[in-house]
Design a protein around this ligand. Sequence first.
Ligand code: BGC
Length: 741
Amino acid sequence: MKASTATRTLLLTASTLALVAQGKAPYLDPSLPVEKRIEDLLPRLTLDEKIGLVHANGMFRSGGVERLGIPYLWTADGPQGVREEGALDSWASAGWTNDFATALPPGATVAATWNPELAALCGKVIGEEARARNKHVMLAPGLNILRTPLCGRNYDYYGEDPWLSGRITVGYVKGLQGEQVAACIKHFAANNQETDRGFVDVQMDERTLREIYLPAFEAGVKEAGALSIMGAYNKFRGQYCCHNDYLLNQVLKGEWHFQGSVISDWGGTHDTREAALNGLDLEMVTPLPGDANFLAKPYQAGIERGEFPRAGLEDKVRRNLRILFATGSVDGRRPGSINTHEHQEIARRVAQEGIVLLKNGGSLLPIDPAKYQRIAVIGENAVRTFAVGGNSAGVKAFYEITALQGIQSRVAASADITYSTGYVQPLRKLAWERDAAGVRTSQLDPTYLAQAKVLADRAVKAAKEADLVIFVGGLCHQAYGDDEGLDRVDLQLPSDQDVLIARIVAANPRTVVALIAGSPVAMPWLDQVPAVLQAWYGGSEAGTALASVLFGDISPSGKLPCSFPKVISDSPAHRGGPRAFPGEKGSVHYDEGLLVGYRWFDTKQIEPLFPFGHGLSYTTFSYRALSVATDAGNSAATVTCEITNAGSREGAEVVQVYVQPNKPSVVRPIKELKGFVKVLLKPGETRKVTIPLTGRSFAYYAPEQKGWVAEAGDYRILVGSSSRDIRLSGSYTLAKTVQVQ
Ligand code: BGC
């Protein structure tokens, strides 16, 4: 007698349970390859269970097949630490008291270190903490290119250059995934502004997509093996990125052979058919109740009606299971650890190495505490903490050392430190109003305006009475600052800081300005202020790191990951009117094409305030003996040169290699970063550095050939300390045109 379907299912369940109990089902055998385990598990899953693996069933959770020992897939933000625990069914906090984490510095700071090894250590720390919190996927790192200095989320990303961003991404992803935690690189793709991010349709030409906006993702997938990728909120060429056939099916999965899972941004899914067919593998929360998610009941019904192929569902399930198996989640993972001494040390190193010394006239820095007894610290950012805030990237830090605390613990024993607020950044109303001239202005609280003058006067008085002033200002994670969901409206420092800085430096010329901000700002006072540092956001150890640079315990070695324009209208995305930023009629057009960041400033010969790659040290470096050796295939080269620490302090230099095509047959940026290395040198020490270039370093993307072409001809190889401080140049000739990978 044939067993009925129900009986067969019962028998299967009983036998599986028995196997599960004995630990003998092949999918439970950790010694088998992941793919074998997945293929063994798949047929054991019911349709309901498979569907359960492709959509959310909690704000940060999906899946789980209890009867088969498959745990829920838990995700967490990302990227600067493991975010506080959220409620299962809302954005509210879960109210835990054991979900504090180490706050690592955010993306822009990590990029400013130009040190992929440090990025890997960030990933490692976050991985260890994620494991301790039972998270399988970190929604990190964020690697969208800085197209405009005004993007509210620049602080969370790796700057304007695809090569730099790619190297930092690869470091971070490898460090994280080495800890049994999956990376979810985000936001794929072209999420370069927060204004209208939920629906704006991004239009750009194919070369710009391939050469500027995709390479860091490509490196994260191909080189670092990222296990997941997050679709962006915006549309790309008319279709939402979370179910964009071109980006996901054709490029990511077709060309790059991505085997991991495409996870939607939270609420970024809009349509069942597209979600089913266009490459999305896991739908994370929509405003709809769980079962009504586009990839829940509606998808299941479509499969049952024969509208969507079952193979498509199985492909999605496979990809999500891959994460669970690859992270050891089915077998039991190593224990994690939180906020260890090592984690704190790494947070400090990243913050230190990210600090960029923009200007150091008059040798004010490093500050000799013996020379300055009365130090006035001025500015609200000196006492603010920044780890919480900015929205999804915020971290409930165990502790965060403010700039003032850092300075106090470094020199309080020898100096008399006074503090005055000087300015405050008041909460702005979210609505913008237009003044008579049609300019957008924010509404400030009137009590603030009344207080502001008093605060400023007190600060100027304190400056006058001090031997030295350290002004700590900048932005913060408030609406229209460095904040997710909104862009800034201009380059200006908020709260009249520019006026205050000018008054302070007039009262005391021995003024150091340290900016805590995740994006470029204008500096109309630059000529008057002798020393300026870009300290970014520094995480748990921010204040310690800043003090160690200010007082010379370490030489600064950060370099700008983005150009600082003098005025916003110099910036490429801001030359084309609203069509180019923030978009009009629902679309934004990247009319500047390839000319993003320094590619624009250098090609168009526009002087920036500070160029990409810029960053001074307390020592000086000399460059010599450049050689560019050709490999046998003549499509790659090895650049070597010697770097000497010519000063009297230890310091690290980032040697940058730019490639400049001589007479390209297609439009190309005048030069592009294609390699770099960071070297730490003792005074007087010389080191030979080697920077490999590949065929891709010379190539442009040829849409008609659907591939990369390194064109025959002459190239200059420019080696320097910033994009505008080229110290050595050599040449290289490609004998014949070749297609490269
Ligand atoms: C952000 C993502 C984040 C997600 C979950 C979204 O609003 O864009 O970066 O991972 O929320 O918090």
